[in-house]
Design a protein around this ligand. Structure first.
Ligand SMILES: Cc1cc2nc3c(=O)[nH]c(=O)nc-3n(C[C@H](O)[C@H](O)[C@H](O)COP(=O)(O)O)c2cc1C
Length: 174
């Protein structure tokens, strides 16, 4: 299965979690890593190039740090620009149909704050609903999200990176 990891981190040099995760999946023959912020420093997205990348992969991964309960802004712009009517959705827009979407996101603290009654009140599944809805609109299969806690030590982070690489390559039962 050919997998495209779209990494959206505004400051990957200063990143602890996402940098470690992406290291783990680089240089794998079936995985293409595509870094949005370094590809588009001017934020002018090459839509035909992005659409071709998507068309030539079966599983799409959005990897990003959670910023204000959402994606960093360049990934939102990427969605607005690339997922066009007649290509991604609409009666003729079938290019993503049957592909899988895996959301891989890092959060600031512990995952237990993301639940009813917890400090953030909502679960990560609830917070990520807009991406799930987008996936549905494009006829994609939305996979269970991969969420990494920020408050992990180096050993936990290394374990998370191994789990991430496993999840990315894991076949889904169909
Ligand atoms: C602008 C901004 C907004 C953030 N919003 C959230 C948030 O809504 N929820 C959360 O759990 N963490 C939030 N954080 C923390 C980041 O998600 C966290 O630092 C990041 O996932 C760690 O990954 P990294 O080491 O790859 O940067 C925010 C951080 C920044 C800079």
């Amino acid at each position: 299965m050919k997998t495209l990891v779209i990494l959206a981190h505004p400051n990957i040099q200063g990143s602890r979690v996402n940098q470690r995760l992406i290291q783990q999946v680089r240089n794998h023959p079936e995985i293409t890593v595509h870094e949005l912020y370094s590809s588009y420093p001017d934020w002018i997205i090459d839509v035909p190039r992005e659409q071709e990348l998507l068309e030539t992969h079966d599983r799409i991964v959005f990897q990003f740090p959670l910023y204000w309960y959402s994606t960093p802004p360049l990934l939102k712009k990427w969605q607005d620009d690339v997922l066009t009517y007649g290509w991604a959705y609409g009666s003729q827009g079938k290019k993503l149909r049957g592909k899988e979407l895996l959301v891989a996101t890092s959060i600031g603290g512990r995952q237990e704050v993301y639940q009813a009654g917890g400090r953030n009140h909502f679960t990560m599944s609830e917070i990520l609903r807009p991406l799930q809805a987008t996936s549905n609109m494009c006829g994609m299969t939305y996979l269970p999200a991969f969420v990494v806690e920020g408050a992990s030590d180096e050993n936990q982070l290394a374990q998370a990176a191994i789990r991430y690489a496993d999840r990315i390559r894991q076949r889904t039962a169909s």
